[in-house]
Ligand binder design. Structure first.
Ligand SMILES: [Zn+2]
Length: 259
């Protein structure tokens, strides 16, 4: 089957390789890749990375990069007794990320995607994960929400993360709730809202499950997703030392208040 090029891919490609201006301030020259790629990328650059470095280009200038590319401290939510899910976000849900994420999610503004992607790439690939032992699970959306919105912003970001980490996506869990947006709800209301929201349609193919959502506010959605995986498979653990069971960790583009 031929892989369809999503419409946003062209814009992303142009932003990355042709447009040399910063995707945030639009004034300064963007940073070369060599300054933002993690060290291990540079020690073993493949041809594509070499070409990318020659053609230019990062997506943000140095100033903008340093003003928003925080890596907030990971926070934890409970999955079950004695078991916690660690959630690592790439940055905070503040200006200008908040505005960019909202424009992308609610108005399908693809011009914001290069900025989001630049920040997403700051997420370090989890230690020990590779394509044979790990999958990325994007926060599923409901069919109703997909129809209403017309596209699934989380799956677009997850696909980019999958490309960046070189870890496949897995779609074995479905969202079945018809709940309204989580926005404006308290933590308890969010959790109640999410009870029985997910159902597993097949068994995870590997042991390491990397959950992904665009924005983690209280972490309630990721918590509910991890609980659904836990309850369906019965033997999930967030404890790295139990090697024969599933290992769960969660990632988000941004962490912060959605109010
Ligand atoms: Zn800039």
């Amino acid at each position: 089957m031929m892989r369809r090029l999503a419409p946003y891919q062209t814009g992303l490609w142009l932003a990355e390789y042709v447009d040399i201006r910063c995707q945030l301030c639009r004034v300064c020259r963007s940073m070369p890749h060599s300054q933002i790629l993690p060290a291990h990328h540079l020690r073993f650059p493949n041809i594509r990375q070499k070409i990318a470095q020659c053609l230019n280009s990062g997506l943000l200038c140095e100033y903008c990069h340093h003003s928003i590319a925080w890596l907030p401290k990971a926070f934890e939510v409970d999955i079950a007794a004695g078991m916690a899910l660690s959630i690592q976000a790439a940055t905070y849900y503040d200006y200008p990320m908040r505005q960019a994420i909202r424009a992308f999610k609610h108005h399908e503004d693809m011009t914001k995607l290069p900025l989001l992607l630049h920040i997403l790439r700051q997420l370090p690939r989890p230690h020990g994960c590779h394509p044979d032992n790990s999958v990325i699970i994007a926060m599923p959306t409901t069919d109703q929400r997909l129809v209403k919105r017309g596209f699934d912003p989380v799956s677009i970001l997850a696909a980019q993360l999958s490309k960046h980490w070189q870890i496949p996506l897995w779609h074995g869990i479905k969202r079945i709730d018809n709940t309204l947006s989580q926005q404006g709800l308290t933590r308890a209301e969010r959790l109640r809202n999410l009870d029985n929201a997910f159902t597993l349609v097949e068994k995870p193919p590997v042991k390491r499950l990397l959950l992904f959502d665009d924005v983690a506010t209280t972490g309630a959605s990721l918590q509910a997703l991890s609980r659904a995986l836990y309850e369906s498979t019965g033997s999930l653990t967030a404890d790295q030392h139990v090697s024969h069971q599933y290992l769960l960790s969660a990632y988000a583009l941004a962490h912060g208040s959605q109010s």
